[in-house]
Write a protein that binds this ligand. Structure first.
Ligand SMILES: [Zn+2]
Length: 254
């Protein structure tokens, strides 16, 4: 008996471990086709896992939050909502310039396409670091799982992904497809002096420039009573504001 058990454990080590590939595939199975397709365009399992975590956390909102296609962006830019956005930015800029003579605001108003979000997700270093941490945690988690994902184990792994929290702070990018920039619901503002950007959207400049030189506070002051809410707290991005469009009877399709 003892010999048989020993033989079994020697023969089966490859099968005894739950494979992260299989589990990743299992939790991806019920995502929307667009999200599944995005996963295919993400480099490496750690970044894929981190994106899938974002998709699972979005839950039912995945579809309504999903970034516009190039065609949808064009339609949006031809419509009233876009004109409203531009005029709201102009108001904020005028207020900022009046309070800070010699300085202005630059805002990129082009919605961030899925392609661009994928490109950034695949190349961003902080995303890579957080993705590796999640991957290590997932490998540890799966040691207690059945070798092949059944329905129950798949749900359990999905729960694990949803509950996992990045340390020390959130990834600097939303999972590809889920950026609020993908539907022009978020705008990044930068501080300009003589046509030169002096406070850029760089994590390394948050303390030294945005906070140290007071731009975070001055930008926030210009946003008061506007349709922009923010800035983003986690991660700390003093330049990132969410835009609430005016409610309209007929808008861009959700
Ligand atoms: Zn942003």
């Amino acid at each position: 008996m003892r010999v048989l058990l020993l033989l079994a454990s020697l023969a089966a080590p490859a099968l005894a471990f739950a494979s992260i590939d299989e589990y990743l595939l299992a939790v991806t199975h019920d995502l929307s086709p667009a999200a599944k397709d995005a996963v295919q365009h993400i480099d490496g399992q750690p970044r894929q896992l981190l994106a899938v975590r974002g998709y699972l956390r979005a839950g039912r909102q995945l579809q309504s939050r999903w970034s516009w296609s190039a065609e949808e962006i064009r339609a949006y830019e031809a419509g009233q909502e876009y004109r409203d956005l531009l005029s709201e930015i102009a108001t904020v800029r005028a207020r900022f310039e009046a309070a800070n003579p010699g300085y202005s605001l630059y805002a990129n108003t082009t919605a961030r396409s899925l392609d661009l979000q994928l490109q950034r997700w695949n190349s961003n270093k902080s995303v890579g670091v957080i993705a590796d941490r999640l991957h290590q945690a997932a490998v540890r988690e799966l040691t207690a799982y059945p070798a092949h994902p059944d329905a129950k184990a798949t749900l359990r792994f999905a729960d694990f992904l949803r509950a996992w929290r990045p340390v020390p702070s959130a990834a600097p990018l939303a999972a590809p497809g889920l950026s609020l920039h993908g539907r022009s619901r978020a705008i990044d503002f930068q501080i300009v002096q003589n046509g030169r950007i002096i406070a850029p959207t760089e994590v390394a400049k948050v303390r030294s420039v945005w906070e140290g030189q007071g731009w975070a506070t001055r930008l926030a002051a210009a946003m008061r009573d506007s349709r922009f809410a923010g800035p983003l707290q986690s991660p700390n991005e003093p330049w990132h504001y969410e835009y609430a469009p005016r409610a309209r009877a007929v808008g861009v399709k959700e």
